[in-house]
Ligand binder design. Structure first.
Ligand code: SER
Length: 314
C-alpha cells in the first residue's frame, strides 16, 4: 500500500488541505501529490510535492498523472452551493468536466481508483427530511445539487459500464478549525466558532430552527480514507453513500457554545442561503455505510464544540 501514488486535486480547500496532510502521514510525503488552481498559504505545499493544475484542463491533469505515475485521484475541486448559485454555468462546467476527466483517465486505465465527493445537496424539497434514506426521492433544486446528483449517476455508470473503481460519500456540512470553508450553505457552523472567539456574538445567515446534518472534519477525513481503503467488493454503492454524524440548528449550536463561553449571543438575518438550507434534509440515515464499510462517527456537537473553541482560541 505504501507505494500507492496519490494525486489530490483541490488540495488547498477545506477538505483537501486536511486530507493531504493525513494521506501524507499514511502513505509517505513523496507519494502524495497536492495540486490546486493556485497556491494558498497552506501546509500542503510546504510538506511535500505540490503542482498548479486547472481541474477543467484534461491535458494538465493527465500530465500530472503521467509525471508521478499516479494510482489514485481524490478530486476535491468544486464550487459549493452558495457560490454556485451566483455562477451556475461555471459551477456546472467545473463540477462536471473535472469529474469526466478523472473518470476517463480511469476508464483508459491510466489510474486505478477515484474518490469523488458528493453531498447532502443531492436531495431536494420533495425528499423526506428526517432520517433521509439512502434511496429516496431526489429532486435537487440548487445548481450544486444538480451537479452532484448528475455526477453520482455518472460514477455509477462508469463503474457498471467500464469497471471504474470510483467511490463517493454524500458529505453533510463539514466543520473544521484549520482551513476555512468557501461558499457553502453550512459554513455558518464554522463562522460561528470564529466569531464566538473574536466577538462573543454572531449574526447567522440561517434562521434559528434550520436543522441540517453536520460533521466534524476528523470524522469526514476518516470516512474518506476508510471508504478508499475498503475492499472493492465491500463497496456496494457506486453512486455515493449517505454519511452522518450529528444534526443541529443554529439555536442549538449557539446553546452549545454558550456553555463553553458565557455571554455568547446569536442573532438571525437569513439571506438567500435560507432557501438552499430549507431544501436539504435535517438528518441522514447512513446505515448502508455502517454496514458495508464499518462507518462510525466519533464527534457530536458537544465534543466538537470543545475542540473547535480550544483550537481557535490558541
Ligand atoms: N457544505 C456544502 C455546502 O453547503 C454541502 O455539501 O455547499
Amino acid at each position: 500500500m505504501n507505494d500507492t501514488k496519490i494525486l489530490i486535486i483541490g488540495a488547498c480547500g477545506q477538505i483537501g488541505s486536511e486530507l493531504t496532510l493525513k494521506l501524507r502521514e499514511i502513505y509517505g510525503t513523496e507519494n502524495v501529490i497536492a495540486s490546486d488552481i493556485r497556491k494558498g498559504e497552506q501546509d500542503v505545499f510546504k510538506t511535500g510535492p505540490f503542482e498548479i493544475v486547472d481541474a477543467m484542463n484534461y491535458e494538465q491533469v493527465e500530465a500530472l498523472v503521467n509525471k508521478y505515475k499516479v494510482d489514485e485521484v481524490y478530486l476535491m475541486a468544486a464550487l459549493l452551493s452558495a457560490t454556485a448559485e451566483k455562477n451556475p454555468a461555471f459551477a456546472w462546467d467545473l463540477n462536471m468536466n473535472s469529474l469526466f476527466h478523472v473518470l476517463n483517465l480511469a476508464k483508459d486505465k491510466k489510474i486505478k481508483k477515484i474518490f469523488w465527493p458528493s453531498s447532502i445537496a443531492v436531495f431536494g424539497p420533495t425528499t423526506p427530511k428526517q432520517n433521509t434514506p439512502q434511496y429516496t426521492v431526489m429532486e435537487p433544486s440548487t445548481v450544486y445539487g444538480i451537479s452532484k446528483q448528475a455526477g453520482e449517476r455518472w460514477c455509477e455508470y462508469y463503474f457498471n459500464k467500464y469497471g471504474v473503481d470510483v467511490r463517493s460519500i454524500r458529505y453533510p456540512g463539514l466543520i473544521s478549525w484549520k482551513t476555512p470553508p468557501g461558499g457553502g450553505t453550512t459554513d455558518y457552523a464554522v463562522d460561528i466558532y470564529y466569531k464566538a472567539v473574536s466577538d462573543n456574538n454572531y449574526t447567522c445567515f440561517l434562521s434559528e430552527n434550520t436543522e441540517l446534518p453536520m460533521m466534524y472534519m476528523d470524522d469526514a477525513i476518516r470516512a474518506t480514507i476508510g471508504i478508499m481503503q475498503a475492499k472493492a467488493e465491500d463497496i456496494k454503492i457506486r453512486s455515493a453513500y449517505n454519511l452522518a454524524a450529528m444534526s443541529f440548528t443554529p439555536k442549538e449550536i449557539a446553546v452549545a457554545i454558550a456553555k463553553e463561553k458565557s455571554g455568547f449571543k446569536i442573532s438571525y438575518e437569513p439571506d438567500f442561503r435560507q432557501a438552499i438550507a430549507d431544501s436539504w434534509p435535517s438528518s441522514i440515515d447512513d446505515s448502508a455505510a455502517a454496514n458495508d464499510w464499518n462507518w462510525k462517527p466519533e464527534y457530536n456537537l458537544e465534543n466538537m464544540t470543545k475542540v473547535m473553541l480550544e483550537n481557535l482560541s490558541k
